[in-house]
Ligand binder design. Structure first.
Ligand code: GAR
Length: 201
């Protein structure tokens, strides 16, 4: 079974969905470590409650992004982590880390990339008047919200709903899609050709 690490900075509802799916047996990976850059991230509490090892590391204590990430990478190596799963980790990874884990870092983004990149994607899509948005899971490369797309799930925007309602619906889709995609990637039955991620049966 593959070992994964989840990186989270905030609430950790995606982490919770992953924990629940592992407990149910529908996601067959081992969650070896939860990493956070925020000491008070609720995600860390969720991990501890589930008996998962946590690793908080303060970026301010390091001279550079790379020095910070080298420390994290050493921890991942110790825990024999195969896949890195970003779930609301609000830091951009350096080329050093991306290279070390090429096509082994997944990110979830609450929009249909390349539309609405950045940290406010749901609000941005709503305020733009988009009639459809959604969820993207992609491999992380050297550019922000840019790497090869693994899966996308569209969500229609209803004229009647508030941004808060849209947000809740998108999160619900994220919680379902992310575990499915992590399971598929963990199976290893795919190839990456340029930007295309091709799954084989
Ligand atoms: C999720 O909606 C995720 O897609 C988003 O942060 C949220 C984290 O929620 N990520 C990004 O916007 C990355 N650009 P969570 O902490 O409850 O899982």
């Amino acid at each position: 079974m593959k070992n994964i690490a989840v990186f989270a900075s905030g609430n950790g509802t995606n982490l919770q969905a992953i924990l629940d799916n592992i407990a149910k047996g529908s996601l067959k990976v081992r969650l070896a470590l939860v990493v956070s850059d925020k000491q008070n991230a609720f995600a860390l509490k969720r991990a501890k409650k589930a008996g998962i090892k946590t690793f908080y590391l303060d970026p301010k204590k390091f001279v550079s992004k790379e020095a910070y990430e080298r420390e994290i990478a050493a921890q991942l190596k110790k825990e024999k982590v195969d896949l890195v799963v970003l779930a609301g980790f609000m830091r951009i990874l350096s080329p050093f880390f991306v290279r070390a884990y090429r096509n082994r870092i997944l990110n979830i983004h609450p929009a249909l990339l390349p539309a609405f990149k950045g940290g406010r994607a749901i609000k941005d899509a709503y305020n733009y008047g988009a009639k459809a948005t959604g969820v993207t899971v992609h491999f992380v490369d050297e550019h922000v919200d840019h790497g090869p797309i693994i899966a996308q799930e569209p969500v229609k925007v209803s004229d009647a709903e508030s941004v808060v309602q849209l947000e809740a619906r998108i999160h619900k889709v994220e919680h379902k899609v992310y575990s499915e995609v992590i399971g598929r990637v963990a199976s290893g039955r795919f190839t990456v050709k340029g930007r295309r991620v091709i799954f084989t049966p």
